[in-house]
Design a protein around this ligand. Structure first.
Ligand SMILES: C[S@@+](CC[C@H](N)C(=O)[O-])C[C@H]1O[C@@H](n2cnc3c(N)ncnc32)[C@H](O)[C@@H]1O
Length: 440
């Protein structure tokens, strides 16, 4: 077994001192993000908001850092494996993080070797890890020379998914864990949902569900019509739960876990009377901003716990997009793979049951509930649908006609199950589970 390495001696200086390290906010912020995820199991956004470097950086540098960190996370299992034979001893975790950033640039981001090596060495110097600069120089030069050959012998899809998740996804079908891993291995495209009657900005392709898709890296604010509220950002799979609630004009509807509001917007444009409930004040602020941009002033927004909130009168329909492990969003948020643990599911599923029970009691007899999670986990999807049935809700299966544009997502029970292995030829989709019920 490898043992922790002592810091090697500083590389010998020539006649002059080494040049002082150049500022490099992109790599500094990416380093902070990755240390937060890897060492402290903090989600990427949380790590980003704690990074002092990120606070003083230009938006452009923050965005570049976000993409570099996400690319490193997407390939993290592979990067660890590639580095292993070049390290005689285990380096401290922050040094390994810096090496992974350098390695990701060499192997996946087409950064020229001198830049990948040089920026990693400078990063270590800026972060008071100068004694490891020589090690990084030597290791990354070897990766530059031999890394592509090493990659060829690796099962990258398998390495980039933690073992517990890979085995949990095998219930989804033969070959599905690999298909999901391949879907996650690429940066997600940008999908938008158009307001009824709005024209799609140029450059997108229309997907079978009506979403319009733009290449990964497209900046939403650059698309024509954004400021005017012609559309909102929403993965194609994320449009399905609200659509399957089949809300009609004038109905009394609640969106119980609403921010940032893509599904609220879908419900509101039908002309229904929508109450959007959200308990997190920061996320509520984002929801309100989004609804204001879209001009959807007809939505009532309430900061409240959906587990205790009561409507004035029983509701016709409810969307419960419950908080979950979010493993279905790993192509946008690859940090999820390395932050979540099996034990998190116990707390999450208890919360989902609490919200299901509360939602049931808000409905009028005959009222409809769609329960949805952006999770690929059995415990948060099918097991919760069974729990809802045990609470007295009556299943109302999705019909083949409702899912005619995506028949592979309809389960034998009439639930919805999407995953990142679907629409592989179109750029994939997020993983969602949804089930519909009627209150008897
Ligand atoms: C999966 S996200 C919802 C995404 C949203 N439906 C959309 O499409 O944009 C879950 C949301 O539920 C909120 N939330 C979590 N627990 C809640 C509770 N007890 N009551 C209300 N909102 C809650 C979270 O803050 C988060 O914004």
């Amino acid at each position: 077994m490898n043992t922790p390495a002592r810091a090697p001696r500083s590389p010998k200086r020539g006649k002059g001192r080494p040049a002082p390290p150049q500022p490099d906010p992109t790599r500094d912020i990416a380093f902070d993000i990755l240390c937060g995820v890897v060492e402290h199991r903090r989600m990427l956004e949380n790590s980003l908001s704690r990074s002092a470097e990120a606070h003083k950086a230009e938006p452009r540098d923050r965005a570049a850092a976000h993409r570099l960190a996400a690319a490193t996370l997407r390939h993290m299992g592979t990067l660890r494996t590639v580095l292993e034979p070049f390290l005689r001893k285990e380096p401290p975790e922050p040094v390994r993080v810096a090496l992974m950033i350098g390695c990701a640039q060499l192997l996946f981001l087409e950064t020229p070797p001198h830049a990948a090596v040089g920026t990693t060495v400078s990063l270590l110097r800026r972060r008071k890890l100068a004694p490891f600069a020589g090690l990084a120089n030597a290791v990354l030069r070897k990766v530059a020379a031999e890394g592509q050959n090493v990659l060829e012998g690796l099962d990258q899809a398998r390495l980039n998914i933690p073992a517990w998740l890979w085995s949990s996804w095998s219930v989804l079908g033969r070959g599905v864990p690999r298909a999901i891993a391949e879907g996650i291995s690429h940066e997600a495209p940008l999908d938008i949902t158009l307001r009824p009657g709005a024209t799609a900005p140029e450059g997108g392709i229309v997907l079978p569900n009506g979403s319009v898709r733009y290449p990964a890296g497209t900046r939403v604010a650059d698309l024509a019509g954004y400021e005017e509220g012609a559309f909102w950002v929403q993965d194609a799979a994320a449009t399905l739960p609200a659509r399957l609630l089949n809300v009609k004009e004038g109905e009394k509807v609640a969106d119980l876990c609403a921010a940032p509001g893509g599904k609220t917007a879908q419900l509101a444009v039908t002309g229904a009377q929508v109450a959007a409930i959200e308990n997190n004040p920061n996320r509520m602020a984002r929801l309100k901003e989004n609804l204001a941009r879209l001009g959807l002033g007809n939505v009532i927004t309430l900061q409240a716990d959906a587990g205790t909130w009561q409507p004035d009168a029983p509701l016709d329909a409810i969307l419960l997009d419950a908080p979950c492990s979010a493993t279905g969003t790993a192509r946008r948020h690859p940090d999820v793979l390395w932050v979540k643990r099996p034990r998190d599911l116990t707390t999450l599923t208890a919360g989902q049951d609490r919200l299901l029970e509360a939602a049931k009691n808000m409905l009028r007899p005959g009222g409809r509930l769609v329960y949805a999670v952006c999770s690929l986990q059995q415990e948060e999807g099918p097991d919760r649908a069974r729990a809802a049935e045990a609470m007295g809700l009556v299943p109302d299966p999705f019909t083949p006609e409702e899912l005619a544009f995506l028949p592979e997502a309809r389960t034998p029970e009439g639930w919805l199950r999407t995953h990142p292995g679907m629409w592989a030829d179109k750029g994939s989709m997020d993983g969602f589970f949804a089930a519909r019920f009627i209150r008897p």
